[in-house]
Design a protein around this ligand. Structure first.
Ligand SMILES: Nc1ncnc2c1ncn2[C@@H]1O[C@H](COP(=O)(O)OP(=O)(O)O)[C@@H](O)[C@H]1O
Ligand SMILES: [Mg+2]
Length: 371
């Protein structure tokens, strides 16, 4: 290898796992991302977070990554050193358990709470290293389904009608009162979660009660939404100041749960069919892309996000949610929609890394003190 290419070789720290119900999905995503980081261009430092929230790195992280399972993951943490991370003295360097690593970019591959919600982004900002994906603010508002909806409403972007409840207000409404406001079928979900964990389709009082109790296991705040009858369309967005949108994809749900549930996503092989690109007329593709970019901007996103929406028979678009660290597994929509748009998985990862550096360099120019 020439000295020039060695110099331009970047070190990427891939952080994966995490204290999240989506832990195993993160392992699958991280494995794919690591495989896509070509060794000619990148050195990879693995940092794995186990379900207890303990950090592991290098060899131990590799074991965690390859285990692929929660159980083996916990087994391997016996008698291991804890990992401490601190900013290094050089720019873009991290001190991990006493050893200094030059890190060009951190790729947080953590889904759901403690990863997609601004927490790791806050840590990385303090560590002063570039990282892939939206910043602290966008991550946390994108994670919180209630705050997200309020911001979208403020930007005149349609969302399903909703009621939000805090834990101490759980008995405030009966199903009857809720259905008078939102219709006979409602969706109950934790405000902060993902992968359909704690999400319930509800059509009567007893289902409503059970759904509320379950959703409150995952968050102190829940949202209850009117049902939107429409096709589930998703669109990938990529970029900083001038984000672009991919061709949309569609999830055709076949699950007995009647919605895109956890089982339909990860357990039942026939739970859902993915269609990329979605079979939509040209004018609808353009509207979906435009709405996805508006949503991305309204939620202050940069880097990447997957915008999920419902498209009704009468061509109305409702935003369902945004995923600021979307899945990167073999079957994940985000990279597949880019592939269909002409951007390969490897080129997408390169572009995400480039965007992380561009944003970091831009923000480094900001003054932190009055001169
Ligand atoms: N208001 C709604 N109307 C119709 N279906 C919904 C609604 N909200 C959620 N769903 C169904 O539940 C699934 C999971 O809900 P979502 O809000 O996307 O949660 P998660 O963040 O866990 O993916 C959606 O993909 C969809 O199938
Ligand atoms: Mg979803």
């Amino acid at each position: 290898m020439s000295s020039e290419s060695r110099k331009s070789k970047k070190t990427i720290a891939v952080v994966f796992g995490g204290k999240s119900a989506e832990h195993e999905i993160s392992l699958l995503s991280a494995k794919n991302i690591v495989n896509a980081l070509s060794p000619e261009k990148y050195d990879v430092v693995l940092i794995g977070i186990n379900p207890k929230g303990q950090w592991k790195y290098l060899e131990e992280a590799k074991t965690l990554l390859n285990s692929g399972k929660l159980t083996q993951f916990s087994e391997s943490q016996k008698n291991t050193k804890d990992v401490a991370v601190a900013p290094g003295n050089e720019t873009n360097s991290l001190v991990v358990t006493g050893e200094s690593h030059k890190i060009d970019v951190v790729f947080p591959v953590l889904h759901g709470p403690y990863g997609e919600d601004g927490t790791i982004q806050g840590l990385l900002k303090l560590l002063n290293v570039p990282y892939v994906g939206p910043d602290i603010l966008a991550s946390s508002v994108g994670m919180d389904k209630e705050v997200m909806k309020r911001l979208l409403r403020d930007s005149q972007i349609p969302v399903a009608k909703w009621v939000s409840l805090r834990s101490h207000e759980r008995s405030q409404y009966s199903y009857q009162q809720i259905s008078q406001q939102l219709g006979p079928t409602v969706f109950v979900k934790p405000a902060n979660m993902g992968s359909s964990i704690g999400v319930h389709k509800v059509t009567n009082e007893s289902e409503y009660r059970k759904a509320i109790e379950d959703a409150f296991q995952y968050d102190n705040k829940i949202v209850i939404e009117e049902q939107i009858k429409g096709r589930e369309i998703e669109c990938s967005v990529l970029g900083n100041e001038n984000p672009r949108a991919s061709l949309p994809g569609e999830v055709i749900v076949r699950s007995k749960d009647g919605f895109y549930s956890y089982d339909a996503k990860y357990v039942d092989d026939n739970g859902a069919e993915i269609k990329i690109p979605a079979d939509l007329p040209k004018h609808m593709i353009e509207r979906v892309q435009k709405t996805a970019i508006q949503t991305f901007k309204a939620l202050c996103c940069e880097g990447m996000s997957r915008v999920d929406m419902f498209v009704t028979d009468d061509e109305k678009i409702y935003i369902n949610e945004i995923n600021t660290i979307p899945g990167f597994t073999n079957i994940s929509m985000y990279p597949k929609m880019w592939e269909a748009t002409g951007l390969s998985y490897n080129d997408l990862i390169d572009e995400l890394i480039r965007l992380a550096i561009q944003r970091f360099e831009r923000d480094q120019k900001l003054k932190v003190l009055k001169s």
